[in-house]
Design a protein around this ligand. Structure first.
Ligand code: FA5
Length: 358
């Protein structure tokens, strides 16, 4: 019995020494320590041995088992070390700062604006930045060759630049090619969405259209060639100019958290009648006059008016039954006054020194 146990131990040690995987180690563990295997059987049979042999064989049997277990543990450790070699880590070195990006200040600000209007019950609608002259001008009561088209210096899209433009060209090749070339454009304002949104809706409606617009014009502290507008459109029975003024004033008070100084000036837009512009007292110079407000103390913030009956007809809305108001606010200018930014162009330069402040 003693010899048997010694043989088991030396065989196990030899085999453990030669293995090189966890899988083989498991097999060995089972082979030498498994319940039905030789060693376990010997240990179980000790109780039947003659009284004299019992302590000696019992002691030796347990020692063999412990030695095999220890060898397996050592091998396990060895294999672990081979798999994940020790790495020299200096825990005292300061960690590298992970840079977190954030939303562009204009996006953050636009979300504030949208949130205020949503709380006032306005639906949010979005439109395409590439628009057709039909929606940007014609259906807004600005026919071709109408001098009012000059109010918006327009970027036209050349055919071949987009699938939409190619389709447009193919369609009008039959009629007039010259017209096709100038029919697609980068929208100059969000107003075309007044018409588009009403193609799928019936009054009463109360909606806003946030979005980017493009104009071919010289830039300065308060003018960019691309900027954001938020269009508003409300159509219902008996909508009046006072509803427009009240809505705008409530919006301004909610946004700025206080009553801000505004003035309403008569203006001309072909798609509203009457039309008016809202100016805000320049918060950058507190009305004293600066380069942002062109030394006037006032900044033009939005165009607005009651929706023109012709435009209502283009929306398939009966002007005898319904009236409405619309506005188009310059989001960049609101953001400038809100945060005290003295040049609109800073938003578009991608300068991190500027962007990181928001
Ligand atoms: C329009 O674009 C009209 N669609 C607004 C409108 C909508 C009138 C609905 C009536 C009914 P206007 O060109 O004035 O209007 O532009 C509206 C606002 O956009 C301006 O008050 C100004 O705040 C802003 N804005 C205009 N041009 C620029 C520019 N180059 N850079 C930055 N903001 C501008």
């Amino acid at each position: 019995m003693e010899d048997k146990l010694k043989k088991i131990l030396s065989k196990a040690k030899k085999e453990i020494k030669n293995i090189s995987s966890f899988e083989d180690l498991e097999k060995i563990r089972n082979k030498f320590l498994g319940r039905q295997k030789e060693l376990s059987q010997i240990l179980r049979g000790i109780k039947d041995l003659p009284k004299k042999e019992k302590p000696k064989i019992g002691k030796l049997g347990n020692e063999v088992r412990q030695k095999i277990e220890r060898s397996i543990r050592e091998k396990e450790k060895e294999l672990n070390e081979e798999e994940s070699p020790e790495v020299d880590i200096d825990l005292t070195i300061p960690g590298e700062k992970i840079e977190h990006g954030h939303l562009h200040p204009l996006t953050q600000f636009m979300r504030k604006v949208i949130d205020i209007f949503q709380r006032m019950g306005f639906e949010v609608v979005e439109g395409s930045e590439v628009e057709s002259a039909k929606y940007n001008f014609d259906l807004l009561n600005i026919p071709k060759n109408h001098p009012a088209r000059d109010m918006w210096d327009t970027y036209y899209v050349e055919p071949g630049q987009s699938i939409l433009a190619k389709r447009q060209l193919a369609r009008s090749k039959k009629s007039n090619k010259q017209e096709a070339i100038s029919d697609l454009l980068l929208r100059t304002h969000t107003s075309p969405m007044q018409i588009r949104s009403m193609q799928k809706r019936k009054p009463p409606v109360r909606l806003i259209v946030p979005g980017r617009v493009f104009r071919h014009e010289a830039t300065d502290a308060s003018h960019e060639t691309t900027f954001y507008q938020c269009e508003g459109l409300v159509i219902d029975q008996e909508v009046k100019v006072t509803d427009l003024i009240g809505t705008v004033q409530l919006f301004l008070k909610t946004l700025f958290g206080k009553k801000v100084k505004t003035r309403v000036r008569p203006h001309y837009y072909p798609f509203t009648e009457p039309s008016m512009d809202f100016d805000m007292s320049c918060l950058l110079c507190e009305g004293e006059g600066c380069r942002v407000c062109g030394q006037t103390g006032w900044l033009e913030m939005m165009g607005s008016g009651l929706v023109h009956p012709k435009v209502l007809k283009n929306m398939n809305v009966d002007p005898e039954k319904y009236t409405g108001f619309a506005f188009g606010m310059g989001i960049d200018r609101f953001m400038m006054l809100y945060y005290g930014i003295d040049d609109i162009r800073l938003s578009y330069q991608g300068d991190l020194r500027f962007l990181k402040q928001f």
